[in-house]
Design a protein around this ligand. Structure first.
Ligand code: XMP
Length: 320
């Protein structure tokens, strides 16, 4: 049973010193690989790993084709200013091939997990001789997976899967006793810029968690554009997380005087402390109107925009 460290009880200096020591003694004279996605958790792990291992840590950003607009380059840039070199690995084809034809949410998550850990990291680990992968699993990921709500892409040991046997390397998870609020405090103490440690959460399966039905390049392009609009227009509202979801079914609309059987975007904007429960942000109607107008203007093919007003539970934050 993992012992939770609540944000209110967290002594960040002591926590950082302990985790740096644990990473140093586990890796010893070897090397480790670190998967940075630009999300809060993997950014904090990157800083911890860098402090513990310096040049013995290889930090990679997997371009899986499911990322937000400009994300790999922006993340590389931010970390280079912090003295951490980030390698971008182009694995887009691996992921899109693995997702092709799959519509079931759990099968999509499984395809992403296998491609990420077995195919892409298996190869990187074999090539580099690293024995460890550092990753930012947090307690909420474990809870929801063990409860059978949603198989989070990064949880193994609690499901009885031994990563050494399944993938050929060990996984180090220094943040596993924390929730998002504790991770943010740790990020601040490690010197991450505020727009990184206070960034809205972004899931491991990335935009694939926001596409209902099959994930393909055409749908990714739509949800990527809609995500940019939503993130731009809902920043500074104080919400925990906000996103665009692309529905699978189409609805009748009209464009240039003709029928247009078009796409539907659902906007979600959540108030939450730790993602375990959440409620929709009470956004002014004018904000919703402007948001809808911008999505309809900037995202080709969309004829319907809705705002989700359900709570978690029974909803979950992501749609897949
Ligand atoms: P849900 O959708 O389960 O999300 O209510 C709770 C929080 O976790 C994020 N999330 C994930 N994070 N891997 C992750 O690293 C995943 O597979 C995953 N699925 C959801 C979600 O964005 C929210 O902040």
């Amino acid at each position: 049973m993992l012992k939770e460290i609540k944000a209110s009880e967290l002594n960040t200096d002591k926590f950082i010193a302990e985790k740096v020591n644990e990473i140093m003694s586990a890796v010893g004279n070897g090397t480790a690989i670190n998967a940075l996605s630009g999300g809060v958790d993997s950014s904090v792990v990157t800083m911890l790993g860098h402090r513990a291992l310096g040049k013995k840590l290889r930090t990679v950003f997997i371009q899986n084709g499911l990322m937000r607009e400009g994300e790999p380059e922006a993340v590389k840039d931010i970390f280079s200013k912090l003295g951490v070199a980030v390698e971008i690995i182009d694995s887009k084809k691996d992921f899109l091939d693995a997702l092709s034809g799959i519509t079931d949410p759990e099968e999509k998550r499984e395809a992403i997990t296998q491609t990420f850990y077995k195919k892409v990291f298996g190869r990187l680990v074999r090539e580099s001789g690293a024995k460890f992968l550092l990753q930012g699993t947090i307690l909420t990921d474990v809870d929801e997976t063990v409860a059978g709500i949603k198989r989070q892409h990064n949880v193994f040991e609690q499901l009885g899967i031994d990563p050494q046997e399944a993938f050929g390397y060990r996984i180090l998870e220094p943040l596993i006793q924390l929730r998002k609020d504790g991770v943010r405090l740790t990020g601040r103490a490690l010197g991450l810029p505020e727009d990184m440690f206070n960034r809205i959460p972004f899931p491991g399966p990335a935009l694939a968690a926001r596409i209902i039905g099959e994930v393909n390049e055409e749908k990714l392009e739509i949800v990527r554009k809609a995500t940019s609009v939503v993130e731009r227009m809902l920043a500074n509202r104080g919400a925990f997380q906000y996103m665009a979801i692309l529905h699978d079914d189409r609805v009748t609309g009209m464009r240039d005087g003709k029928r247009d059987f078009g796409r539907q975007i659902e906007v979600r904007c959540w108030d939450s402390v730790d993602a375990r429960t959440a409620s929709p942000t009470n956004l002014p109607f004018e904000v919703l109107e402007k948001l809808s107008a911008s999505i309809l203007k900037e995202v080709p093919g969309v004829v319907s925009v809705t705002y989700n007003i359900a709570t978690k539970p029974p909803s979950t934050i992501e749609a897949v």
